[in-house]
Design a protein around this ligand. Structure first.
Ligand code: MG
Ligand code: MG
Length: 255
């Protein structure tokens, strides 16, 4: 069931979203060659603490997970697509990092992710990230009253495929509200004019995931959480929490 949010609730979700945005900005700033993923998690924890926010990631245990998630960010490096667990791994020159972060504030959740390169970037990685950002922008642009979920999926998928990139089937965006994961699912590929009609008050986390090689294959790492590309190629993941309103999409996790 899809819960429509009131304008007051959307304003409250914006506050949660802004905490997520600040956490991501702080993590991005702290990320450098030699910095560990656990240190980045600590940076995000500090931002949540300062805001009196909690983490919807910490202790999260969906049905597929063997263990509760131990951190407030997902840190997915190079061939990791999403759901990377922060470890003592120290970032190396040229690493492609995707950071996903959530916050729970005043009873409302925010969810957002960004990809970037640490140190000297490879041109192919910059193109991958830039395409992921364009796919996200296209998905947000399609998140308007009168469109359907399929229009968002189609917009994202078209940018990804035109860029020559793969899309991991079975993972994508979602409704969000008091809980981080609500209905409806928001796939990263689909047919236009299909699926649920978009209405004022729907809030969606839109999150393209792109595989650099153009192949779609992925698998779960032995930790039971991290999704990795099958061919070892690099991946990007970007996400915003977006409210659909009569005056257009409102990005609640804008940085
Ligand atoms: Mg996320
Ligand atoms: Mg999400």
């Amino acid at each position: 069931m899809v819960e429509l949010k009131t304008d007051t609730s959307i304003d409250a979700m914006y506050e949660a979203g802004q905490v997520v945005g600040r956490a991501l900005t702080a993590v991005h700033k702290a990320a450098d060659v030699g910095v560990s993923l656990l240190e980045l998690d600590e940076v995000a924890r500090e931002v949540l603490r300062e805001a009196d926010a909690t983490s919807p990631f910490l202790g999260y245990r969906p049905s597929f997970a063997p263990t509760p998630f131990p951190a407030v960010i997902c840190a997915s490096v190079n061939d990791a697509i999403v759901h990377g667990i922060p470890t003592g791994y120290r970032l190396r020159d040229g690493d492609l990092v995707s950071i996903d972060c959530g916050a729970q504030l005043g009873g409302w959740a925010g969810d957002s992710a960004m990809s970037f390169v640490v140190g000297t970037p490879r041109p192919a990685d910059l193109r991958l990230i830039e395409t992921a950002e364009r796919a996200l922008a296209a998905g947000i642009e399609a998140a308007v009253v009168g469109n359907r979920i399929g229009d968002i999926a189609h917009a994202i998928g078209t940018v990804c495929r035109n860029g020559g990139y793969g899309i991991p089937d079975g993972f994508g965006g979602h409704g969000i509200g008091r809980r981080m994961h609500e209905d409806p699912p928001v796939p990263n590929e689909g047919r236009p004019r299909r699926g649920m009609p978009l209405r004022h008050g729907m809030v969606l986390a839109i999150e393209p995931m792109l595989i650099g090689s153009g192949k779609d294959g992925y698998h779960e790492a032995p930790d039971g959480w991290t999704l990795k590309t099958n061919d070892g190629s690099r991946a990007a993941h970007v996400e915003h929490t977006v409210a659909i309103t009569d005056s257009g999409p409102r990005i609640l996790t804008a940085r």
